[in-house]
Ligand binder design. Structure first.
Ligand code: ADE
Length: 356
């Protein structure tokens, strides 16, 4: 039994079978799983996505047809896996969850496809990391619900067409641009998940606190929401950390003061930036005059890998307007300088059109 981790940090137990047999994937009863919403009503935020999905699901039910394949993309932690789970439970079907790096050999993807039953959902996380062979197995599976298998040597080779049940593939990725166009074109719906507002995050915090029996005031929830970088997974992590402080250092209840003081100690600032984010901005300012500088250089200097910088740190810094992406590399914006309490060099100020 191997443990694999996906970008959501959830550990999945994958029972590996030596022959072409389905991989059974079970979610651990982890923290993230106990607080995961199971229906549209308890899923906060992503309003336009929810409205679209409600229509699509209702139409599929009335037609008695499986759902179209769907692709969700956006930064980690915004609820791609969660929404796939909500879709499955609203349709009353099973969901099999895997991630592209776990589908290394052809038999991995074949096994999982053959294990599906009609109407079921196959969720592939990090789908941009699927290898070419797995992708080519997926094309006829997605389009015609068939598995095309070649047997024998080149001259006597035969193609075997094995019918598959009509399933729905839900792909998730942080990098839609890295999907090949033949794969992207086979999804009937492509949707980008958006960062959450502070109000939405405050609701996520209140909901999680209720499930975990954590005492919190609306102002306390809002204070945590403000420092959660638009990301419910971070909000959920912070509510637990702040609750630890509330129990040990205060009277157990999280109010605005307890939340802010605890987050200050955790070195999460008012924008939700942590030490790595601040180190990234500081590096560009101190060593590269505010940029532009290439992401590889930034990653090497911070001893982080490029993927972590690009997928985890940058999306929020860009969205918050603290960092800018230019063809020549990354640049700290005037807002980024201001946030760190630093003065922009005058040349940069003029280029950005700011007063000296
Ligand atoms: N936990 C993580 N994401 C959530 C969401 N969108 N709504 C409610 N709880 C969540």
């Amino acid at each position: 039994m191997a443990i694999i981790s996906d970008d959501s940090g959830l550990e999945k137990r994958v029972k590996k079978n030596p022959v072409i047999k389905p991989e059974t994937i079970e979610y651990d009863n982890t923290f993230e799983n106990t607080i995961r919403p199971k229906d549209f009503e308890s899923y906060i935020g992503q309003t336009s996505l929810k409205e679209t999905l409600k229509i699509i699901l209702e139409a599929a039910k009335r037609r008695n047809k499986p759902l179209d394949h769907m692709l969700f993309y956006g930064p980690p932690g915004l609820g791609k896996t969660t929404i796939a789970g909500v879709i499955a439970s609203q349709m009353g079907v099973e969901i099999k969850i895997t991630s592209a790096p776990a589908l290394e050999r052809p038999r991995d993807i074949i096994g999982i496809l053959m294990s599906l039953k009609g109407g079921e959902i196959l969720f592939i996380d990090e789908i941009h990391r699927l290898n070419k062979v797995a992708e080519e197995i997926l094309y006829p599976a997605m389009e015609d619900f068939t598995l095309d298998m070649t047997t024998g040597k080149t001259q006597t080779a035969k193609t075997l067409r094995i019918p598959l049940p009509k399933f729905t593939l839900i792909g998730a990725t942080t990098k839609a641009g890295e999907l090949s166009s033949p794969l992207r074109d086979r999804f009937g719906m492509i949707h980008r998940l958006e960062f959450y507002t502070v109000e939405e995050l405050a609701k996520v915090v209140e909901r999680t606190a209720k499930i975990l029996e954590i005492d919190i005031t609306p102002d306390g929830a809002r204070a945590i929401g403000m420092r959660s970088r638009g990301t419910p997974r971070i909000a959920n992590r912070l509510v637990k950390r702040v609750s630890d402080f509330a129990i040990v250092k205060y009277d157990g209840k999280i109010d605005e003061r307890v939340a802010n003081e605890s987050l200050d100690i955790l070195k999460i600032d008012e924008f939700g930036l942590d030490n790595t984010d601040r180190a990234l901005l500081n590096l560009i300012i101190e060593k590269y005059d505010g940029g532009p500088v290439g992401v590889e250089t930034i990653a090497a200097a911070l001893s982080e890998d490029v993927r972590t910088i690009e997928d985890v740190c940058e999306p929020y810094l860009l969205q918050a307007g603290l960092l800018q992406r230019t063809p020549r590399g990354r640049k700290v914006s005037p807002e980024g300088y201001r946030h760190l309490g630093k003065k922009m060099p005058s040349m940069q100020t003029r280029l950005f059109g700011e007063e000296d």
